[in-house]
Write a protein that binds this ligand. Structure first.
Ligand SMILES: Cc1cc2nc3c(=O)[nH]c(=O)nc-3n(C[C@H](O)[C@H](O)[C@H](O)COP(=O)(O)OP(=O)(O)OC[C@H]3O[C@@H](n4cnc5c(N)ncnc54)[C@H](O)[C@@H]3O)c2cc1C
Length: 564
């Protein structure tokens, strides 16, 4: 049997696996990626929303401009419209700026236009996103892509992981020897089963009959009635559903809600369901390009790690795509893990740093799954019970639609403008963070409060020269100093002497934005520590931040300073 050796093997080259591999390579780590699809084989057409937080990560990796340039045409409205049918009467609209429209000043009419970020969300289908990630990954000398290879099983010893993969063309089985493995192999993950992790939660919330279609007439028909939108949510007594614009021209994804008595997808007349959602007669022509039926669930793995093997993305969690956050949460898993793995492989962190991954990500994953599933259950109920008279002509119908439209906007704005999911989450029980007694601000799906409390994402600020503060951050840990009179040389010397990767950045221009003159920012842009002066126990703090928490830093580092 042929053997391939690598520090890290990533199983699955979906958006999460590709991001993990790219981030590891960027941090100087060699990676082998195992993927059963052909190189360039298109993914399913399901995912359409790249969150602001994911775009911030893509910015760091140099990929944000290419991603933002792809997807819908730059001036195509990203709005969400509520309507009787896709070509019927509009009764509500959540306005989201197009890419070009993002240059306009923030406005209350566009609820996500004033977000504190250099990278607003981006609506792009997975069909266009994945090739950008794949082509970038394939160009990295540190990444070896094994397309048409399927993982059959994975085992581990105290020292190493062994993945058995089969070449789908030759049937030859290879052995991959790695220090660590990341299972990014999606909902049916072989890795999850092999490490004994189990999905727990709600096996079914609702079903959707989904069809990828080419319909060149549709956009013109919509434009005769109203301004187009990225998503059109159709609600009528025949069939609720929605249409998502994929290329802003003739490609559409049509989700048709399955009714309670339709216990099997095969019971539904797909063509009738599509026409009922679109509001078109039998003369309307379209080509069915693919069937993408799915069951909405809320399932979270009971563990995200076993020894040297980790789970990220759909292998660890799947849920109803309310807020469009499955991939985005998976990308957040990946970049929480990759810098820790790089720390171990590059020699500046002990393996104990890796204990933080599950402690940080599992609670967030559980929390997001409840945010989206709770709202999902309410939305399903609401859409399945359209008010009487919703399609009536005249003033009576207008009054019904007006009221229902306002309710729909109110119920939905948080999921389409999910500031809390993007920026509100924090790590509150991490062994790698030096907490100081202040509690992180609570957040909801739609709201959050920027905060420097350790564990939170570094609040964003624009600098006077037009740069984002994120662009100043180093690849590893960064100490941001907003007051240059503060002496931080003790900390720098300690970092240098102990081989801890620390970059000092002076940002006096942004001092007014932050409540502490010193912020220690992790490689993933979360705050690890903050202070007014460097801690007296600099060695203890560095030991904690690099993951040597079992042996060091068990006391309160800030208290050590005040006592000094
Ligand atoms: C209708 C719908 C809409 C959605 N919209 C959004 C959205 O707008 N935003 C969002 O964030 N999320 C959305 N999601 C969720 C999103 O699609 C997933 O969370 C995302 O695709 C997960 O990415 P992943 O890389 O973890 O897994 P996947 O995309 O499933 O990728 C897994 C990869 O692993 C490969 N693989 C699997 N098994 C093996 C094996 N044994 N050996 C080798 N390779 C293997 C597969 O071929 C695949 O390429 C949506 C989901 C649905 C159903």
């Amino acid at each position: 049997m042929k053997t391939i050796s690598t520090p890290v093997v990533v199983i699955g080259a979906g958006p999460v696996g590709l991001t993990a591999a790219i981030d590891l390579a960027w941090r100087g780590v060699d990676v082998v990626v195992v993927e059963s699809r052909y190189a360039g084989e298109p993914p399913p057409v399901k995912c359409n929303h790249v969150s602001s937080r994911s775009m911030e990560i893509m910015r760091r990796l140099g990929l944000a401009p290419a991603i933002r340039a792809a997807g819908l045409p730059q001036d195509y409205p990203n709005d969400i419209v509520f309507c009787t049918t896709v070509t019927g009467i509009e009764f509500g609209r959540i306005q989201i700026p197009s890419v070009a429209g993002r240059t306009a000043p923030p406005s209350p009419d566009f609820p996500d236009s004033d977000w504190p970020t250099p990278e607003p969300p981006h609506r792009i289908n997975q069909l266009f996103l994945e090739p950008i990630l794949f082509e970038h990954a394939a160009k990295q000398p540190r990444i070896r892509m094994l397309n048409r290879f399927v993982l059959e099983s994975i085992t581990q010893s105290v020292d190493a992981v062994t993945a058995y993969v089969r070449n789908l063309d030759s049937s030859e089985v290879f052995e991959i020897q790695a220090n660590y493995a990341i299972g990014c192999d999606g909902a049916r993950s072989v890795v999850r089963r092999n490490i004994g992790a189990k999905f727990e939660g709600l096996a079914e919330i609702t079903r959707n009959l989904s069809s990828f279609i080419r319909a060149p007439q549709l956009l013109g028909m919509i434009e005769k009635k109203r301004k187009p939108s990225w998503m059109s949510q159709a609600i009528n007594p025949r069939r609720a559903g929605n249409a998502i614009a994929i290329d802003g021209k003739d490609l559409w994804l049509i989700h048709c809600r399955v009714k309670a008595h339709e216990t099997d997808f095969s019971m539904i007349d797909r063509d009738r369901a599509i026409r009922d959602v679109l509001g078109v007669d039998d003369a309307f022509q379209y080509d069915l390009l693919g069937k993408e039926d799915w069951i909405a669930r809320r399932l979270v793995a009971d563990r995200m790690r076993n020894g040297r093997i980790f789970l990220c993305g759909d292998s660890a969690h799947i849920w109803i795509p309310v807020a469009g956050y499955g991939m985005n949460c998976g990308i957040a898993d990946a970049v929480d893990l990759t810098w820790m793995l790089a720390g171990v492989i590059n020699g500046w962190a002990p393996p104990s740093i890796l204990d933080a991954f599950e402690r940080e990500r599992h609670p967030i994953t559980e929390q997001v799954s409840h945010f989206v599933a709770d709202l999902g259950v309410q939305l399903v109920r609401k859409r399945n019970e359209p008010p009487a008279g919703i399609e009536d002509a005249g003033e009576r119908g207008d009054a019904v639609r007006d009221r229902f439209g306002r309710e729909m906007i109110e119920m939905n704005v948080a999921q389409y403008c999910c500031a809390g999911l993007n920026f509100g989450y924090y790590y509150d029980k991490s062994p790698l963070i030096v907490y100081d007694g202040e509690t992180q601000p609570p957040y909801s799906m739609g709201t959050f409060k920027p905060s420097t409390v350790p564990g939170c994402r570094l609040p964003h600020a624009w600098l006077p020269d037009g740069r984002s503060i994120y662009d100043l951050l180093g690849q590893d840990y960064t100490l941001i100093r907003f007051d240059q009179t503060l002496d931080v040389s003790g900390l720098e010397e300690e970092a240098r002497a102990s081989g801890f990767p620390l970059q000092l950045v002076d940002a006096t221009d942004a001092a007014g934005t932050y409540d502490f003159p010193l912020l220690f920012v992790r490689p993933d842009q979360h705050i690890a520590w903050r202070g007014h002066t460097v801690p007296a126990d600099a060695a203890g703090m560095i030991a904690r931040l690099r993951g040597g928490w079992q042996g060091a830093g068990s006391g309160n580092i800030n208290e050590a300073h005040s006592a000094a």
